[in-house]
Design a protein around this ligand. Structure first.
Ligand code: B4P
Length: 191
C-alpha cells in the first residue's frame, strides 16, 4: 500500500499514522517527525527547518522534497509506505508523482482526517502542556491553520479528481477514528 494521510494540524495524523502503518506493514514517514529529529540533533537541516516550524510556516519545498525522496529510496519503503504530512503543497504533489511514477507504482489512497476547528486548537494546546512543542502556542497554531487552508486544502480536490480520497471523521475517541480509517482502507486493499 502507498498511502497519504492528510488533515489540518491536530486532526490526528501523527496519532493515527502509527496504527495504520502497523496494520498494513509499511513504514510511517512523517515529515514533521523527521524535521523534529533533525532539530533536536542540531543538524544543518534541523537548523534550517526550525526557523520555519517555530513560526508555523512550511519548510521550503526543495528541502522537504529532497528529504522525502531520500527516505522513500530506503529499502524498507520499497513494498509501500504511509506518508504523514506530505505532500502539503501542489509542488510537493508533483514531486511525489515523479518519485512514485519512477518506481512504476501508483498511490492507493489518500486519507483526509477532518475535525472541528475549535477542537483542533484545544488538542494542540493540550499537547503544548504535555510535550512543550515550540509550534503549539495559540498564535502559531492559528498560523498553521491558515497555511493549511491556503496551501494544503486545495490538494484534496486534486486527489479527489483521481478518485483516491477517503474523508474520515476525526472527532471522537482515537480508537473510533482508527476503526473508521481501517474500514475505508481495508476496502481499498481488497479491491
Ligand atoms: P506535523 O508534525 O505534521 O504537525 P501537525 O500538523 O500538528 O500534526 P501532528 O501529526 O503532530 O499532530 P496530530 O494531528 O496527530 O508538522 C509540524 C511542522 O513541520 C509543520 O507546521 C511544518 O512547519 C513542518 N512540515 C511538516 N511537513 C511538511 C511538509 N510536507 N512541507 C513543509 N513543511 C512541513 O495530533 C495532535 C494532538 O491531538 C495530539 O496531542 C494527539 O494526542 C491529539 N489527538 C489526536 N487524535 C485525537 C482524538 N481523536 N481525540 C483527542 N485528541 C486527539
Amino acid at each position: 500500500m502507498r498511502l497519504i494521510l492528510m488533515g489540518p494540524p491536530g486532526a490526528g495524523k501523527g496519532t493515527q499514522a502509527k496504527f495504520v502503518a502497523d496494520h498494513f506493514g509499511v513504514p510511517a514517514i512523517s515529515t514533521g517527525d523527521i524535521f523534529r529529529a533533525n532539530v533536536s540533533q542540531g543538524t544543518p537541516l534541523g537548523v534550517e527547518a526550525k526557523r520555519y516550524m517555530d513560526a508555523g510556516e512550511y519548510v521550503p519545498d526543495e528541502v522537504t522534497n529532497l528529504m522525502v525522496r531520500n527516505r522513500i529510496d530506503e529499502p524498507d519503503a520499497a513494498p509501500g509506505f504511509l506518508l504523514d504530512g506530505y505532500p502539503r503543497t501542489l509542488a510537493q504533489v508533483e514531486e511525489l508523482d515523479g518519485m512514485i511514477g519512477h518506481t512504476g507504482h501508483s498511490l492507493d489512497a489518500v486519507v483526509v482526517i477532518t475535525a472541528d476547528k475549535d477542537e483542533l486548537v484545544q488538542r494542540l494546546l493540550a499537547r503544548a502542556q504535555t510535550e512543550g512543542r515550540a509550534d503549539d502556542t495559540e498564535e502559531v497554531i492559528r498560523r498553521r491553520q491558515e497555511i493549511y487552508l491556503s496551501e494544503t486544502e486545495p490538494l484534496i480536490a486534486v486527489y479527489k479528481e483521481r478518485g483516491l480520497v477517503h474523508e474520515i471523521d476525526g472527532m471522537g475517541e482515537v480508537e473510533e477514528v482508527t476503526k473508521r480509517i481501517f474500514e475505508a482502507l481495508d476496502a481499498v486493499s481488497q479491491s
